[in-house]
Design a protein around this ligand. Structure first.
Ligand SMILES: Nc1ncnc2c1ncn2[C@@H]1O[C@H](COP(=O)(O)OP(=O)(O)O)[C@@H](O)[C@H]1O
Ligand SMILES: [Mg+2]
Ligand SMILES: [Zn+2]
Length: 524
């Protein structure tokens, strides 16, 4: 509190002491934390309980939230066996200027009132978070991880939390007391019962993967493309008739992704916490996320938003992959919204009066049939689509998304012989080993920059790290001319070629690396 404010408090105490010398006036303070998007700020919840007409006002919440918070706190206090003071109660969520989002302040408000009215005997240290039900039980809130991280940066290392949220805070090394209700909080604070801090959750082991690359017969080129996408973060479109394993291939992608880097774990886990998706048994994510929204998903679900705002699928995929199956079925205006995250690695959501930015840097994996009937290009079936219909079908994806696709790979129908071939296939763990090694080379290359993989290289970095020898340069310039490739396409091929070289552990990009990158780019 600043000097002026603290003088004002002292003055009001003096004033009250003059009017009512028998009653010692007290302002109780409880520490809470607010989040807007992924930005957090400490909030001091101050309660002043004075004699006068019974009123209860809350300052610092949006108008719509005030009355709801008041009703919850009033009922919770009464239903927990305490008295709701019939006096003049003012609660201030300081700093009051900025309206806070969410319902996580109930516990702090209730404890501040109980402290100011003398029903709680002890001062409240540490962070207090939680929503109250009318009966006084505590409900979990979203975004605990972000708040605890912020409090920790400000030297607060203990917290009173709803039991469901406690592991999230404990995982960050915070002394977190898991609580089921308001009365339990008071009993713990007044030391009538001692509730031990939540144990630090065990680190997550290797997850069970849904599909292993070894489960998939044939499809060597799409598998190679997945490996390159995993290593370099390049966007990939799989095109093929129904039933050839496109969905299966994409579902194998998480099994070859490198684990999150230690410095990514908190950023990625916090986004999931803000979305309310934290698993209490595994609050810290170590595997890269893989999100696969259905084509009926709303624009809001995909990019985020709402009141209070939640991150969407593009942000939940941050650090990992976003899989759009049957991508042509997504409405164009939904696909359009992917432009910003694909370009910026972040998404800005603006709503009445406030703007929230969420990170959204992901590898896009998309799957599509070649035409509406799915049989175009299939040697064993007859496509019935008119050329116009095929062109329109493909154009639906092309505008916003195809331009940012680095590899466009056919997934053909495989022969009966290939399916029956039971020779051992390469397992995901082996592929993943190459991916991890290639990422290590990238980490060294981009040391001191925010970039993590080749797909993120700037044009200048492409020029620096993707030098070609004479023969390769010739091949490449012939291909660029023949396909009338754009400058953007030109850089994309070189980035992919850099990843192909990294996967084979080579410093220099060779003719073969560029040839493969060109092949995987397909006809765009
Ligand atoms: N290459 C393959 N190897 C093994 N099983 C396959 C393969 N392709 C398809 N299948 C089988 O066919 C099913 C349908 O494949 P799916 O991935 O859904 O095809 P698509 O998405 O291309 O329509 C899979 O669940 C799998 O059982
Ligand atoms: Mg499919
Ligand atoms: Zn067709």
């Amino acid at each position: 509190m600043n000097a002026v404010a603290s003088q004002a408090v002292q003055d009001s105490v003096l004033l009250i002491e003059q009017v009512e010398p028998h009653r010692k006036q007290e302002i109780a303070r409880v520490q809470a934390c607010a989040v807007w998007g992924l930005e957090a700020a400490l909030i001091s919840v101050e309660a002043d309980v004075a004699n006068g007409m019974p009123t209860f006002s809350v300052v610092g919440l949006p108008d719509t939230a005030v009355s709801e918070a008041r009703e919850r706190v009033r009922a919770a206090v009464r239903n927990s066996g305490f008295e709701f003071p019939l006096r003049r109660i003012v609660v201030n969520l300081a700093p009051a200027e900025r309206r806070k989002e969410g319902t996580g302040f109930d516990l702090a408000i209730a404890l501040a009132i109980l402290r100011a009215s003398g029903q709680l005997k002890t001062n409240v240290d540490g962070l207090c978070l939680g929503e109250l039900s009318l009966d006084g039980t505590l409900r979990p809130i979203r975004g605990v991880m972000l708040r605890v991280l912020h409090a920790r940066d400000h030297g607060i290392r203990s917290a009173l939390l709803p039991a469901e949220n406690a592991p999230e805070a404990a995982a960050l090394g915070c002394d977190s007391i898991p609580l089921s209700s308001l009365s339990e909080a008071v009993e713990h604070l007044d030391r009538r019962v001692r509730i031990p801090p939540a144990p630090i959750p065990a680190a997550a082991g290797d997850p069970e993967y849904e599909v292993d690359l070894a489960d998939i017969a044939g499809q060597e080129t799409p598998k190679r493309a997945l490996e390159i996408a995993a290593a370099g973060g390049h966007n990939l479109l799989l095109i093929g008739p129904p039933g050839t394993g496109k969905t299966m291939l994409a579902r194998a992608f998480p099994s070859i992704l490198p684990p999150l880097e230690p410095d990514e774990v908190l950023a990625v886990s916090s986004i999931h916490s803000v979305a309310g998706l934290t698993d209490p048994h595994r609050p810290l994510l170590t595997a890269r996320p893989f999100r696969s929204p259905h084509h009926t998903a709303s624009r809001l679900a995909l990019v985020g938003g709402g009141v209070p705002p939640r991150p969407g699928e593009v942000s939940l995929a941050h650090g990992g992959a976003l899989f759009l199956d049957e991508v042509a079925e997504f409405p164009t205006r939904v696909l359009e919204t992917l432009r910003e995250p694909l370009e910026e690695g972040a998404i800005t959501i603006s709503r009445a009066g406030s703007v929230a930015t969420y990170p959204a840097r992901f590898t896009l994996i998309a799957a599509q049939n070649p035409c509406p009937c799915g049989r175009s290009g299939d040697p064993e079936a007859q496509c019935e689509c008119l050329p116009d219909a095929i062109a329109r079908y493909r154009a639906r994806v092309s505008g916003p998304v195809l331009d940012r696709i680095d590899m466009r790979v056919g997934v053909p129908r495989i022969s009966y012989k290939q399916i029956g071939d039971h020779r051992p296939r390469e397992r995901s763990t082996e592929v993943r080993r190459r991916v991890v090694r290639a990422r290590a080379a990238m980490r060294e290359r981009f040391h001191g920059t925010p970039r993590r993989c080749n797909a993120e290289m700037t044009k200048r970095e492409v020029e620096k790290y993707c030098e070609l020898d004479g023969r390769t340069e010739d091949l490449f310039s012939a291909a660029v001319t023949a396909s009338r490739m754009s400058a953007r396409g030109y850089h994309r091929v070189l980035r992919v070629a850099r990843t192909v070289a990294d996967l084979s552990g080579e410093e220099r990009i060779t003719y073969e690396h560029v040839a493969l990158a060109l092949l995987l780019r397909g006809q765009m």
